[in-house]
Design a protein around this ligand. Structure first.
Ligand code: NAP
Ligand code: MG
Length: 407
């Protein structure tokens, strides 16, 4: 028997809820712990632990990521009133993802896992398209008003210690609606930096698109901040890596994406990213095949699956019924985190292990062994076999063992 591979520095492990918690344990016990010697700084974000600690555990977890640089997170319940009743919570605690994202000032990048027997609906796409969504401001932090009759709508800014500055929005001659939105240079700069850093890290081209022809101040500010950041800090690095930065109008970007072979990072404003990431996920098969990583401009990374806790499957599981929940995105969250840890530590054997884990998972699906969600979208083949949650992970474990043995 070969000895275990040593992971040099700590990894922050963030525990979660429901079905993903069940799968998390299987992935660790069957795919990771038999082969790796890791030091895990564990923060259990199970909803009951968040409640017990009045959510202190979530901020502790975010601080640990700032300390060690790399973390991996299981999906967690964002409590609503139903959950408050279900778990007898003190209150509907804030989304842990929102807390961690704010503390890390991070941007979320989402990328589909491609396998040969699940073809993207867009036939031109050969490589995964990563979406970088700016997760601050715009229409997600808006002030809206219904206008019920005639009158004057204005936008007013009062500088500290200065006179109000006014601009007319509309002289209403009848009922209508208005909306006030904002963003900050600081947030846009962090977003731009995270996108340039991610593209450089992955050695992929970066596209950024906005509606700057129509929004000559607002969207143009995004364009200008990206351009300035590129010239100041990234042009040389991009040229050295042989990758490019490209800004284009959002309509043009959409048209070009559909004809491209993929493989780029597509940076988008908040609303555009929200909409386009669902389009990419659905065109690539299923939400269960989307990976997600939070990248902070300070160089911290947190990996997770894009999907939630798969609540409905969990209720079936606790009733003792069979489940066929897909663990691909959770496996890739771990492999992503291990690759990054290995790169930062300068331990290529850890990176190689992570690559083999990904190959083993992909090949298992390509051989036709899949969970129910994928059977529905994969190429029809008599070898296709639907397996349950655990049997899928067991099949990946078997392939991984063979790969590790054959060097
Ligand atoms: P979800 O967990 O993503 O699941 C929605 C549906 O998508 C499932 O019922 C299932 O469809 C399918 N699905 C998702 N992941 C799958 C997988 N790995 N394998 C197979 N099918 C999968 O979303 P939700 O049920 O709306 O949310 C449940 C909880 O997750 C909520 O409490 C929410 O707050 C939380 N959440 C957490 C995160 C996070 O921590 N990052 C993200 C989103 C949601 P079928 O039922 O048709 O099989
Ligand atoms: Mg959405």
């Amino acid at each position: 028997m070969m000895g275990k591979i040593k992971v040099k520095s700590n990894i922050v492990e963030i525990g979660g809820d429901e079905m993903t918690r069940i799968i998390w344990k299987m992935v660790k016990e069957k795919l990771l712990l038999p082969h790796l010697n890791m030091n895990l700084a564990y923060y259990d974000l199970h909803i009951a632990r968040r409640d017990e600690t009045s959510d202190r555990i979530t901020t502790d977890a975010a601080e640990a990521i700032m300390r060690y640089g790399v973390g991996v997170k299981c999906a967690t319940i964002t409590p609503n009133e139903d959950r408050v009743r279900e778990y007898g919570l003190k209150k509907p605690w804030k989304s842990p993802n929102a807390t961690i994202r704010e503390m890390l000032d991070g941007t979320v990048f989402r990328k589909p896992i491609l396998v040969k027997n699940i073809r993207p609906s867009v036939s031109a796409w050969k490589k995964p398209i990563t979406i970088g969504r700016h997760a601050y401001g715009d229409v997600y932090a808006n002030t809206e008003m219904r206008i019920t009759g005639t009158g004057k709508a204005e936008i007013v800014f009062t500088p500290d210690g200065g006179e109000p500055i006014r601009q007319m929005i509309k002289e209403f001659t009848g009922p209508g609606i208005i909306q006030g939105i904002h963003n900050t240079d600081g947030s846009i700069e962090s977003f731009a930096r995270a996108c340039f850093a991610f593209a450089c890290d992955q050695k992929i081209d970066l596209w950024f698109s906005a509606k700057d022809t129509i929004s000559k101040t607002y969207d143009a500010r995004f364009r200008d901040i990206f351009a300035a950041e590129y010239e100041k800090n990234w042009r040389a690095k991009f040229e050295e890596a042989g990758i490019s930065y490209f800004f284009t109008l959002i309509d043009d970007a959409v048209a070009r994406i559909m004809k491209s072979e993929g493989g780029m990072l597509w940076a988008l404003k908040n609303y555009d990213g929200d909409v386009m990431s669902d389009m990419i996920a659905s065109a690539c098969g299923s939400l269960s095949m989307m990976t997600s990583v939070l990248v902070s401009p300070h160089g911290y990374f947190e990996y997770e699956a894009a999907h939630g806790t798969v609540q409905k499957h969990y209720y079936r599981h606790i009733k003792g019924e069979e489940t066929s929940t897909n663990s691909m995105a959770l496996i890739f969250a771990w492999s992503g985190c291990l690759k990054k840890r290995g790169e930062l530590d300068g331990t290529p054997d850890v990176v190689t292990f992570a690559d083999k884990l990904e190959e083993a998972a992909r090949q298992t699906v390509e051989m036709g062994i899949m969970t129910g969600d994928l059977i529905l979208v994969a190429d029809k083949n008599p070898n296709n076999k639907k397996v349950d949650t655990e049997a899928f992970i067991d099949a990946v474990a078997l392939r991984l063992q063979k790969k590790l043995k054959n060097g």
